[in-house]
Design a protein around this ligand. Sequence first.
Ligand code: NAD
Ligand code: TYD
Length: 345
Amino acid sequence: MSAHQHSHTLLVTGGAGFIGSNFLLTLAQSRPSWKLVNLDKLTYAGNLENLKDLEQRANYEFVHGDICKSADVERAISRCSTTVPLSVVHFAAESHVDRSIQSGLPFVETNVVGTQVLLDVCRARGVARFVHVSTDEVYGSLGDTGAFTEETPLAPNSPYSASKAASDLLVRAAIHTHGFPGLITRCSNNYGPFQFPEKLIPLMIANASAGKELPVYGDGQNVRDWLYVVDHCEAILAVLERGRLGEVYNIGGNNEHPNLAIVHQILSALGKPTSLIRFVKDRPGHDRRYAIDASKIARELAWAPRFSFTQALPLTIAWYQSHSEWLGRVQNGAYRDYYARQYGS
Ligand code: NAD
Ligand code: TYD
């Protein structure tokens, strides 16, 4: 199909990040007739090397820009086809809890202000559907039992989750006030290819592979519900195509593990000794447990995760082992030159 015969145009924000790049790569396969436009600021978390397989495609375009600047958002939308419906999937965010503890302001700027700028431009442009990619962390922390439903009150505890909750409320307000065609997804912790090695699983794989210490916060008994990124991407696509406008959909793997158990699995898969584990000072305000009730998306959109942890954790470890050059360039900062080399500025 030629570049002029798109059936749909999709603007993705934050497509050079972990989940956004997985989403674009799978969509290029599963929806080959869609025009894909990726608006990304290329912060430390954006890595265009992830998307090098898309560069030559006629129906993919990268736009270097900031969601906080309406002119940048307008520029990205101007690259979208005008003759077919335009949808938006909004991934762009500051995403790391530890960084938000060091400095909250960039989280307010991108996650809160940037989302409002994006909403305003998208509303003026009459987008058909807008999926806001959020997190289960907006619900706060659970005790030993129970799971978050879409009705669980928002009770964010970190500057990261507070800024995400604020952005969710701005999307909700646009839906309620302006009849904006928004949908919100709230997913649990993801893992898989292209995740920046500051998050638990890729950091532990990278350190264990290099024989470095593995820093485990507190007692290592904090529990997260882990979902393979491909499953998350499929859930977002289901919400984009078939979700009911104005609704919130929780997404989860029904796959809870304490951090320490995951660290042990990684060490054992790599044949490394448990003596590499270092218990370090706990994260301030560290949420104890997250768990997702994903029955709404299962019931309404027939979505269920396809990958088990026993399948996909080894896949992820193998991916990092076979992409040691990618990891090396992320670790030494060389990945940040890719844009200039590829796009000449
Ligand atoms: P990431 O940090 O890997 O990527 C974020 C991307 O956004 C980067 O490419 C970055 O350059 C871009 N970006 C940042 N600020 C920008 C701005 N002002 N304008 C344009 N682009 C900007 O994040 P991720 O892990 O891929 O997460 C994507 C989304 O999914 C986030 O909204 C996050 O809150 C949400 N989420 C993540 C997880 C997870 O486990 N990683 C789980 C649930 C929800
Ligand atoms: P992280 O990957 O940062 O995701 P989130 O905080 O958004 O859930 O952390 C996952 C869990 O792993 C969390 O309980 C904090 C813990 N953790 C460590 O114990 N050591 C580390 O070095 C990191 C990055 C996280």
